[in-house]
Design a protein. Structure first.
Length: 271
């Protein structure tokens, strides 16, 4: 049996711990982080040119390179420190958002925002430009996370406390201050804001702030998600894999123990 010389534990235990840790990550976030790491390794080893992963409207539309809007969101910065910070931000924001939502609704949210980013990138940068969408991707996750946790107090960069709803404004200001591409974070905020408006059937929190309507644009949510027909298809497929006679969640909830009460005094046998 292979054991770790420091802990004395076998390698099977380590694999079990790793598997348990990975299983705690929501499935969509798990695939996103895995894809980002894999793509980064492939590019760093020069197995695939980075330009093959950038968003390019003309190539995406005319040559059906439909992976480009997605892979362009997974391009980490060349700096190792910045790459680790961005990877952690994407992981933490995405995992928290997914835990608060139905998995299919979260997948729809991702699809909508990335598709909207592709359209905006073509409008802002032209049809034949190579565009990195990672900053925009990070910003739309951060915006939605800040809306979900609007009144939570967080320590920004470990320096000072701030309400979560002000984080997008702070990050946008820092992007402007340090001469980053100001359009990229703005695009991310725009698509997330549009999604928020559709999800709450409102004009969004900015309109609520202008009109001094407390809580407007934050809730109720859940009006814009994966179409019910798709959810029904997945529900049907999940049920088809059940063993015959296996209880469903609904039947398990309804199968409660029945308690009968009989009148009269209880007596033991022989009394």
């Amino acid at each position: 049996m292979n054991k770790n010389i420091h802990t004395g534990r076998d390698s099977g235990y380590a694999r079990s711990e790793l598997s348990s840790m990975l299983n705690k990550i929501p499935i969509v976030t798990r695939w996103v982080i895995g894809a980002i790491i894999l793509q980064t390794i492939v590019i760093r080893l020069e197995i695939l040119p980075a330009e093959k992963t950038y968003y390019h409207f003309a190539l995406s539309a005319k040559k059906l390179q439909i992976w480009r809007p997605v892979t362009a969101c997974f391009l980490l910065p060349p700096s190792s420190a910045m790459a680790l910070m961005d990877l952690y931000t994407i992981y933490s924001r995405s995992a928290d958002l997914e835990r608060r939502r139905n998995t299919l609704d979260y997948l729809f949210y991702m699809w909508f925002c990335i598709s909207a980013l592709a359209a905006l990138a073509a409008a802002f940068f032209g049809l034949r430009s190579y565009v990195n969408l990672e900053t925009s991707f990070k910003f739309f996750l951060s915006y939605t996370w800040s809306v979900d946790n609007a009144n939570a107090r967080v320590v920004y960069f470990g320096l000072f406390p701030i309400l979560a709803k002000y984080i997008p404004i702070m990050e946008l200001f820092l992007a402007f201050l340090f001469n980053e591409n100001f359009i990229a974070p703005l695009m991310g905020l725009m698509v997330a804001y549009v999604f928020q408006c559709l999800d709450t059937t409102s004009l969004g929190p900015i309109y609520g702030s202008i009109r001094h309507i407390h809580g407007y644009g934050f809730s109720p949510t859940g009006h814009f998600g994966m179409p019910k027909i798709v959810k029904n298809i997945f529900a049907t497929r999940n049920n088809s894999f059940r063993q015959p006679g296996a209880p469903t969640a609904a039947s398990a909830r309804s199968a409660r123990p029945v308690r009968h009460e009989f009148p009269g005094k209880g007596r033991r046998l022989g009394d």
